[in-house]
Design a protein around this ligand. Structure first.
Ligand code: ASP
Length: 316
C-alpha cells in the first residue's frame, strides 16, 4: 500500500481491510509493552494537518507516529500563513516541498483531502472530511468488533442517529458491508439519506425493529456543526425516541455491544450509564484507534508517486 492515499473505505478491497486489521493487531501488542516504542518508521516524517477540531483522531495519529519513532509535526492552521490568505493547496504544496512521508488531513469540507492528495507527492490519509468519510474511524470500529465478537461476517450492526451528516456512518457502512455484516440504520426520517439503501443497508424509523437481534449498536452524535434547518422537534424528544438506554437495548441480542465514535453527548444519544459501562466499548475503540493509526502509517507512508508532480505540472 506504500505510496497510496487512504481517502475512504469505499476505495478499499476486503483484502486491504483485512491486512490493515491484521497489522493493527501486531501494533496493539507494542502498546501493551512497558516501552511502547519501536524503530520501524525512524527517519520518516508525519505531518498532521487538521483544519477542523479533533481530540481522539489528532492525538492518536501523533501517538501512533511517535510509537513507531517517526518525527511528527502538528501543523496548526490558526497560527499559519492561512491567516495571511495563503490557499489550502499552496499551504499543502509548501509542506510537501519539505518532503514529509505522509500527510494526515482533516477538513470540514468533503473532498478537500482528495484535492490535496492530487497535488502532493506524499500520500494523504483522510482523517475526516465533512460528511464524506472517516476511514480510520471505521477501521478502528471494525477492529473493535472483531476483537469482541471474533468475527465480522454475518453480524448485524445497527447505526443509530444522524446518518445523513455522519462521515462515521458512511465509512462504517462501506466497511461492515465489505466485511460481510448486515447493516441497519435508524433515525428520524430527515436524518436518513434518500438513497441509503443503494449502499446495501436497511433503513428504519422504529428503534424496536432496528435493534431486533442486533449484535452491535453504534450511536452517533447529532452533527450540530452541519445542521441546517430542523430535523426533529426537540432534543428531549430525540433522546426519548432515539437515545440509547438499557430499556431499548433489550430488543437487541443478549451479548450486544454498544459503540460510539465520540465525542458523546451524554443523555442525548447515550444514557450516562451506557456511556460509562459495558456493554459499551467506547474506550476500547479509542485504544484501538492508536493501533489502527500505527498500522495505517506503517502501511501507507513513504514518498511515492514517481510521476505525480510531473503529471500535475504537465496538466496545469
Ligand atoms: N469524531 C467523529 C468525527 O470526527 C464523530 C463526531 O464528531 O461525532 O466525525
Amino acid at each position: 500500500m506504500i505510496g497510496r492515499d487512504l481517502l475512504g473505505i469505499e476505495d478499499l478491497e476486503r483484502e486491504d481491510i483485512e491486512r490493515i486489521l491484521e497489522t493493527a493487531n501486531h501494533m496493539r501488542e507494542i502498546g501493551e509493552r512497558e516501552v511502547k516504542k519501536v524503530p520501524t518508521l525512524r527517519g520518516r516524517t508525519v505531518v498532521n494537518l487538521f483544519f477542523e477540531a479533533s481530540t481522539r483522531t489528532r492525538v492518536s495519529f501523533e501517538i501512533a507516529g511517535k510509537r513507531l519513532s517517526a518525527d511528527v509535526i502538528n501543523f496548526s492552521p490558526a497560527h499559519s500563513s492561512l491567516k495571511k490568505s495563503e490557499s489550502i493547496l499552496d499551504t499543502a504544496r509548501t509542506l510537501d516541498a519539505m518532503d514529509p512521508d505522509v500527510v494526515i488531513v482533516r477538513h470540514a469540507v468533503a473532498g478537500v483531502p482528495k484535492r490535496i492528495a492530487d497535488v502532493l507527492d506524499a500520500p494523504v490519509i483522510n482523517a475526516g472530511d465533512g460528511a464524506h468519510e472517516h476511514p480510520t474511524q471505521a477501521l478502528l470500529d471494525l477492529l473493535t468488533v472483531q476483537q469482541e465478537k471474533g468475527r465480522i461476517d454475518g453480524l448485524t450492526v445497527t447505526i443509530v442517529g444522524d446518518i445523513v451528516h455522519s462521515r462515521v456512518a458512511r465509512s462504517n457502512i462501506y466497511g461492515f458491508r465489505k466485511m460481510g455484516a448486515e447493516v441497519r440504520v435508524v433515525a428520524p426520517p430527515p436524518m436518513i439519506p434518500a438513497a441509503v439503501e443503494t449502499l446495501g443497508v436497511k433503513a428504519f424509523t422504529s428503534m424496536r425493529e432496528a435493534l431486533d437481534g442486533a449484535d452491535v449498536v453504534m450511536a452517533l452524535r447529532i452533527q450540530n456543526e452541519r445542521l441546517a434547518g430542523s430535523y426533529f422537534p426537540s432534543i428531549r424528544e430525540y433522546a426519548a425516541t432515539f437515545g440509547l438506554d438499557r430499556a431499548k437495548l433489550q430488543f437487541a441480542k443478549d451479548d450486544v455491544i454498544v459503540m460510539h465514535p465520540g465525542p458523546v453527548n451524554r443523555g442525548v444519544e447515550l444514557s450516562h450509564d451506557l456511556a460509562d459501562h459495558r456493554p459499551s466499548v467506547i474506550l476500547d475503540q479509542v485504544r484501538n484507534g492508536v493501533a489502527i493509526r500505527m498500522a495505517v502509517l506503517y502501511l501507507f507512508s513513504g514518498r511515492r508517486k514517481a510521476g505525480r508532480s510531473e503529471r500535475i505540472q504537465g496538466s496545469s
